[in-house]
Design a protein around this ligand. Sequence first.
Ligand SMILES: [Fe+2]
Length: 395
Amino acid sequence: MVQSCPEASPAKWHLAHTAWFFESFILKEFLPGYQLFDTDFPWLFNSYYQSFSQFPEKRLRASFSRPGLDKILGYRQHVDAQVNALFERNPEPEALKRIELGVNHEEQHQELLLTDILHAFFTNPMRPAYQPEPERAALRKVTESGSLRFVEFEGGLREAGCAGEEFCFDNELPRHRVWLQPYALASRLVTCAEFAGFIAEGGYSRPELWLSAGWDAVRSNGWQAPLYWARQGDGAWNVFTLRGELPLSTVAPVPVSHVSYFEADAYARWAGKRLATEFEWEAAAEGQPVEGNLLDSGRLMPARVDGSAVSSIQNQGPAQQFGDCWEWTASAYLGYPGFKPLAGSLGEYNGKFMSGQMVLRGGSCVTPAAHIRSSYRNFFTPETRWQFSGIRLAS
Ligand SMILES: [Fe+2]
């Protein structure tokens, strides 16, 4: 039941809420005679669907000492059994679409479970490791991540948004045309070593590098480094990961993670570059295989680009587009032309957040591989740092 910051949720809450989604939007509507597991659960585990029911304030989720874990696990078993019962009744196409949405929703919470555990363990004074540290030998084999190159793209008239028959969220539609000027994307993500250079050159104390709201965030939050970086007595940095606390020297070639949009933007300005728009990113990623350091790799932290990837990108697109870190883009999170949210309460899933947030692309080392695609749009407010969010430069 630990909730170490208002944005995060307790693990037990994630387990209950993902079952709640199936109960509320599928079983109640499509399984005749469905009996609620508990009459309090529909409002207790509602996250943010105002038109569905009232719900507790998000920051209070740590106070849910009851219901206990056994009851939550029983809830999940009940919902699973009832979804199976629904399958046996040859459900209508809308029910099947909702089940697919429920599965994708649960995949999003699989990622949040890990980002929230990382934050919880960071705030724990013992700084426990979620998984054993990776072999130092594997981390140290290459201390360089390959020199940063820029891969050029012609731009022109392109299409953005989900094109295929496979599942996508409403915010990836409709597919539409976009015009791109010629542009270039960095061949890999910005590394911890490179970001340490920004810190060493006074990046966090130079207002000229920051957006106005970013500079306010630096001062009001006292930011001096990415979230999870801690300066040691000798001035060296340690970086806390799901594999425990690692010296910066060990993760130097690994992509920097847990930076806000403001930090990504300031870094790009310091480097004389910029962040890509979401459409530039998508045009480069479309058609590329969804391969990379995703949850399925089991690594649970970003990884350096290996030597073979660096040489192979001479003739291909940029490396690390999928996995490692979500990439902040310079695009505000808005509806595409003709955007239509889902009908009913599910219309609140994505559409109502289209104000004050920025788009991130590509998934991270804790995103399930089956969950991500080139048209996928993640979004967070620009000061958000507890997600695996990193930086790709563009020009
Ligand atoms: Fe949710």
